[in-house]
Design a protein around this ligand. Sequence first.
Ligand code: BES
Ligand code: ZN
Length: 856
Amino acid sequence: MSEPTKVYLKDYTPPVFAVKNIDLDIKLYDEYATVYAKTAYERKTAGQFVLFGRDLQLQSIAIDGQALDTADYAVDDETLSIHHTPDEFVLETVVKIVPQTNTTLEGLYQAGSGDELMFVTQCEAEGFRKITFFPDRPDVLTEYRTRLEAPKRFKTLLANGNLIDSGELDDDRHFAIWHDPTKKPSYLFACVIANLEVLSDTFTTMEGREVLLEVYATAHDIDKCHVGMQALKDSMKWDEENYGCAYDLDRYMIVATSQFNMGAMENKGLNIFNTSCVLSSPETATDERSFRVKSVIAHEYFHNWTGNRITCRDWFQLCLKEGFTVFRDQSFSGDFRSKAVQRIDDVALLRSAQFDEDSGSLAHPVRPESFVEINNFYTLTIYEKGAEIVRMMATLMGKEKFRQGTDEYFRRYDGQAVTVEDFLSALASADERASLFLPWYRQPGTPVVSGDFVVNGDTVTVNLAQKTRHVAGYDAPIALPIPVDTAIFDGKSGKLLAQKMLLLTQDAQSFEFEGINLDADSRPVVSVLRNFSAPVKLEFDYTNEDLAFLVAHETEGFNRWQALQTLINRWLAGQTDDASFILSSLKPAVSKLRESDPMLAARLFDLPSQKELGMAYEENYDPAKVKARRDELVQIIADGLADVVGDWYQALPLVAYEDTPDARGRRLLRNILLDIALTAKIAQADTWAYEQYQQAGCMSERFGVLSAIINHDLPRKAEFVADFYDRFADEELVIDSWFSVQAASGKTSVADIAALMQREDYDWNTPNRVRTTLGALSAKPVQLWSEEGLQLYLSAIERLDKSNPQVAARMLGGFARWYTLEEKARTIAKQYLSQLQQVVSSKNVLEVLGNMLKDK
Ligand code: BES
Ligand code: ZN
């Protein structure tokens, strides 16, 4: 097998030609489409004229009105080269494409069916080259004029920018012409040809300009767009207030489509969203989903400044837009609920998924130095760790300095395609410590911070050390700047005595807190890494008593939660068999918080996932053993709460739906308590479950209990599973959840999952549907690593490798730590992965498998 070609950051060269503008004319017919492109080029440096293009049938080509001879140019699978060109010229090409059979969901493709048939584009990262020949790279920015022509049954014709003209044509066809006055890279191009309804509103910017806001969805779904519309308005206001960033065009459109590889895409003025990330109503979306919708809308909107107006020089700089924008959407979301809960969620994702990636065979820096297929690099490392780096700088600089730095970034680089270094240099203009953070972008692996403290009179010395594993293929790790937010409490009175943001920059360092005046007979309790001030693994020398103290007294919500998590982790890791610390901390904390902050109370029950626990093993990992230990703790906690859980559950009656943090917290806590009551085998718990299902007033109430009924295999399970399906049979997204809740249950076998995948309504061309079962299977390591599990999962990958390689490659991520399994399972896993390597052909999947199997 030939090695797929790698691209290197060090090989970057500026574009040879600039594009002055482009006129596109896309004509859709029943079986194909044609794309006419008229592009004005201007030479910038010496070099050949080469454009990218894939799966395009070239129909005609001319320079300055003069048709080219076949000897004048060369076309291969990836490029079009013209041997001789003037330094300035206009190129005209016509290509034929077939969106109707494009299952990759990249470029222009068909989505939906019947009345809901539509055509949409996805151009990031390199999809524009599947629409026409172009220098499809993020540092070539230009102005687009787009004409769309299609049969009138597609009444919706949209492209970026402003609508210039529209009208009727012969043969029941019509057209629309759009012009985007801002210069943008091709990955931000979008168009939509569909038959959609629209929800409209307006927003007046701080500069006093009125912007038309439109959310497009099918007639069936248009009533589920109000949450998204409100989120859009909230985001626009938030970005003005927090970053001084206002929207620049007259119109902002969002289009919902049911077939989409990712969550959503920030195309200039014309975002395209997976229905799962925009549709929401109390009846059809859980609170979790509805909150996600708001954060994705915010994320894509925030890209208008961090990504679109200032874009990436090359794809190695992807974290420049994604990491920063994730940090921005996390901050936005934190302003709409408890900041501690937001942080808990973000850290939980980081730890369960990004740490996993960073500890396995797919580890890479936040700014990678090489890749085969850029689509494989939209990873948790680039997004989540990328966001953490920005957060560390923001935390260290403080609100005012950070704002000064971002203002400078927007002032300096607006309209440009830039690098991580540019970003850091703008921030460093406000606080030069920002420039210390470059190594965080270059070094893979999660740092481990260890520490303890000593007391000497009224001085407390905190000792910290850091270590990062050496990832093969990279330079030996160096010490990174690690902000460690630290507080000292009086162990008796619970009073906060001191707080400092420590900055660990060496391998080991000591920090002194002087003048710590304790109550008589008291001891200091030190709390480090408050609010998870850096993306590291912490091994601090807390006693169990200190941790219990922090659960009760820490004033910072995240570390309060973390203290309990640490106790839980110690038990799960077998460092102790005494669960009394957990119960005696958990019970009073929940009892105290269940009224005042039900959401945080609910989160205190969090346990690390099975997958996350598996990360502790570098070898001899036995998923069944890990699961058994975890199940045991679930039972211990439930039994320990058996005397109160019924009362707590009943103290939370179902009430009329409200979308407030408190109401969402109560709904979550109620579902968790019900689950615990069932685990504890409380006599009436089954009845409570059936009643809650029947009386549910919203999806959170109904779905939470359906999940409990399935997970606990209650006697009337089949009846409720069927009822849920019938109630929501015409709501695709709800049926997705119906698939995933069954697939995720510990009571569902691999064979049961296989049966779900055989159903008529399991559509292999809709990534959302495929993810329901495969995603659930990968969260159940015992089943995933069994022979049947591997067989089922990897045969699905083999199939997707042909139809949708992007999705296929993404779904393989969960196998990165196969080599840590105990001997027998490891041999089988290797055999299956190697077999897969023989039968797949996409470079997406081959790159991932190659990395996974290399040197192993
Ligand atoms: N730019 C991405 C979408 C994208 C990713 C396009 C990969 C092409 C390839 C978008 O801004 C994004 O990051 N979307 C996320 C959701 C977000 C809230 C983190 C997604 O789609 O998962
Ligand atoms: Zn993004």
